[in-house]
Design a protein around this ligand. Structure first.
Ligand SMILES: [Zn+2]
Length: 260
């Protein structure tokens, strides 16, 4: 190994150690989230109580800030040590939906995507760099074609998993009473006294669920139905069949083996 290679490798590992800082430098402005499962595993080393586990997950899933603040206050009263651990070791913007940005239409709390990616490239990772890239390239070539074939046959404007989530949200719509204010703005009164505002033009609800994942929440569905329109028409375009087709449109070309 020559001096240049050694310097490159040393630089690589020093950057790996400062991964968070490096990502901020390489991709400035990109939102950085933590996997809640990993965060909780660190938390439970000092605070193993199962009740705390439930509290952490409720706080992670809650979608708006007032509710999160209330949960944290309640946690402080219940176990001040656990509350202090969270305050000293984490930032809410990294692990609770209530503080996530709404621009990316993604509300995931776990890094399952990375785990799937890792398990897929497990064999390829053991290979020398060119063989590794060829293995990954071949896998992608086959996978992307399978996806293209599948979506061609799919009948429907919105992808099926998203439709399933929308159907689940529809089940709660009977608990919501919509009242039209003006210009497609609604106040939604819920069975247990909660109230939310929905704006169908800017496609947002004050519960922030619609804003976070792009799928109309029960409050939004109540307002949409009040106008006589279909909730499916208010799902964000990123979940459409057309967007799916665009994502898998690029082709990876087949390659010859190295001729011996
Ligand atoms: Zn809502």
């Amino acid at each position: 190994m020559d001096v240049t290679q050694e310097a490159v490798i040393r630089e690589f590992f020093s950057q790996l150690l400062g991964l968070i800082q490096t990502i901020q430098e390489v991709l400035p402005g990109v939102e950085h989230r933590m996997c809640v499962w990993h965060m909780y595993n660190n938390f439970k080393k000092k605070h193993p109580d199962r009740v705390l586990k439930e509290r952490i997950w409720v706080a992670a899933r809650v979608s708006y800030r007032d509710r999160f603040a209330g949960l944290m206050e309640s946690l402080k009263e219940f176990d001040e040590g656990a509350y202090n651990w969270l305050v000293n070791h984490t930032y809410p913007k990294e692990w609770t939906r209530s503080h996530f940005r709404t621009s990316v239409k993604c509300d995931i709390l776990l890094n399952n995507l990375c785990e799937s990616f890792n398990s897929t490239i497990l064999d390829a990772r053991q290979k020398p760099i060119l063989d590794m890239l060829e293995t990954v390239g071949f896998y992608l070539m086959v996978r992307m074609e399978k996806k293209r074939e599948w979506i061609k046959k799919y009948i429907g404007e919105i992808c099926p998993k998203i439709l399933k989530k929308l159907e689940k949200n529809k089940l709660a719509v009977n608990d919501c009473i919509p009242s039209h204010s003006k210009n497609w703005k609604f106040e939604i009164r819920c069975m247990y006294g909660d109230r939310y505002t929905v704006n169908l033009i800017s496609r947002c609800c004050s519960c922030r669920k619609w804003d976070l994942n792009g799928i109309p929440c029960a409050h939004a569905i109540a307002a949409i139905c009040d106008t006589g329109k279909e909730p499916e028409k208010f799902v964000y375009d990123c979940y459409s069949k057309e967007a799916y087709m665009r994502a898998y449109e690029p082709m990876i070309s087949p390659m010859n083996a190295e001729q011996i």
